[in-house]
Design a protein around this ligand. Sequence first.
Ligand SMILES: Nc1nc2c(ncn2[C@@H]2O[C@H](COP(=O)(O)OP(=O)(O)OP(=O)(O)O)[C@@H](O)[C@H]2O)c(=O)[nH]1
Ligand SMILES: [Mg+2]
Length: 643
Amino acid sequence: MSAPLEQQVEHYRQWRDDIVAAINAYQFWLDSTGGADVQLSLRLFDLVENLKKDRLVLAFVAEFSRGKTELINALFFSDFKQRLLPSDVGRTTMCPTEIYYDPEDPPCIRLLPIETRYREESVATLKRLPIEWSKIKLNLESPEEMLDAMRTVAQKKTVPMREARSMGLWDDTDPDLKDMVNADGTVEIPAWRHALINYPHPLLKSGLVILDTPGLNALGTEPELTLSMIPNAHAVFFLLAMDTGVTKSDLDVWHKYIQKYVPHRLAVLNKVDILWDDLKPWDQIQLAVQHQVYDTARLLELPLGNVLAVSAQKALLARVRGDELLLKKSGIQSVEAMLADHIIPAKQDILRISVLKEIGAMVEASAKSVQSQLASVRHELKELMTLTGKNRSVIKKLLDKVQADKMLYEQTVKSFNITRSVISQQGRALMASLDSDRVDEMLARNRNAIEGSWTTSGLLRSMQSLFGQATQQFARIHHHADQIKGLVDAAYRRFHEQHGFELAFPPPLSLERAKQGLMSLAQQTEEFCDDPLNVMTEKHFLIRKFYTGLVASAQQVFEQARSESEAWLRASLGPLTRQIQDYKAQIGQRVDTVKQIHDNTDTLEERINELLKAQARLLAQREVIEGIRAKINVPLATSVKAA
Ligand SMILES: Nc1nc2c(ncn2[C@@H]2O[C@H](COP(=O)(O)OP(=O)(O)OP(=O)(O)O)[C@@H](O)[C@H]2O)c(=O)[nH]1
Ligand SMILES: [Mg+2]
């Protein structure tokens, strides 16, 4: 592993810890100024917990034997001085394998038996049921035991074809599979459906998760992998082999599962060492490599810079032997540079923006609140300074004015309270349409409709109906949100005109991300249903599995819409409510002060001193808030390469 990559991942972790510290400081500030209620504290707590759990997922996807696992070994596990994950000719990795680090659990491998495919539950659901998984403890002290344990991800088992078929692992129409039937009619299938490896490696400790996938067909047979695990990865490395170039089946995998569905895509043209020939000049070899890189970029419609030629095998060997020259020659450093310079910074910015979305408005409201308290203290100070040496009648005039201001304010607040109850009603209606029970009900209705017609046309109909219902739901939400925004805008205008409030109109609600997620699901369903193999064979089992994956992904989309709407609602009304409360306290205080001075002019100096102290305190508070703002508002300097 190169030092810059390690540094960048560490820098990323450090930055995440800093944000967590900034949020904790903010929470402390809120507590000390009495600005935090229970709900708010809980939200900040959740945010910090989610940040701590944040992961950067890198998926390795390709046809079989392109060298995915070898590249993972070279990139992340060369310190082990061996080939940690099994990589071999033919099909090797038999099930999707996630490698990560969870300090709560001892190092181990968890394996989900393939027979769980008979059941309805998704892998995501089964992940919450530890009892369903076989667990192998990892003995980090013994390389032999480690290798033995790692070999389990390549385990297969022999079963009668009937069993393979009923688990959706056998396709009678696939000519490639025919040769794989044993004389006694049995076939080999993967022993496990999914593997989780908890391994204490520095990069994994910093929040990196690696997803190794099996090549060949397996992608299509576990819809969850293609519907959610791969699209949710932060970056996908798509592997090709120098000797085969971009084959038709490579292109199939690329178009079907990656091209449109993943934000960061990199093609790795592996096995360049095949072209190394001592009898040929190095320049000529490089030219041939460049040629292949160029062709790959063209066929995959990728920028040239996103196709990297490497030799995973030589890179691993070079690292194990400490051979710097071979390491350079292997090209692996270009992959690491891409990770360090582009992929990690891009992920960092995504996280920063999500924190900004969650608490940005709240921090802004706090900043405004401090600012307006400061303005009010300064205003009062000025007012009181002019009273020094004045007689009671002047003070009486001021008292009348302040009392009139207070009354006018109370009237404005009274009429706003009516608006507020309308806003709350609209807000409740908005959230109710995304209530998890309502969503589950909608999905259950949808399931009833498809039940009994597990065909591609049944699936398509059900997806279309789900899509239609969700679109209607989103339109209703936007309608409520527009009404709420109209009311809040009007209230702001009124408080601004009558009481000098700073205008801070809420942005319109945007459910773009949820809509995009839904559209991508619809597109994937259409492609699944258009696939002649799925139509011809009407593999009910596969359709059922696809549907389960679809429902799980739809639930995630609704969950996202719910949390975005919730954050929007809070950000829309929160700052105004806070300003109203602050102003109420300030004006009440002003009336009391002027009254006191009116009754006893000696208190004037005392009050001026109090105000000077309050001013100093508020200036210090402003500094704390500015520190937090700087952390969450400033984008990272490194540019992001889009693929
Ligand atoms: N010459 C050469 N062979 C390589 C290179 N990388 C991988 N291989 C070989 O290619 C074969 C397949 O490698 P794997 O890492 O198992 O490939 P995979 O993509 O993980 O394959 P599956 O797990 O079956 O999907 C192994 O025999 C590797 O030793 C390379 O850079 N050069
Ligand atoms: Mg593999």
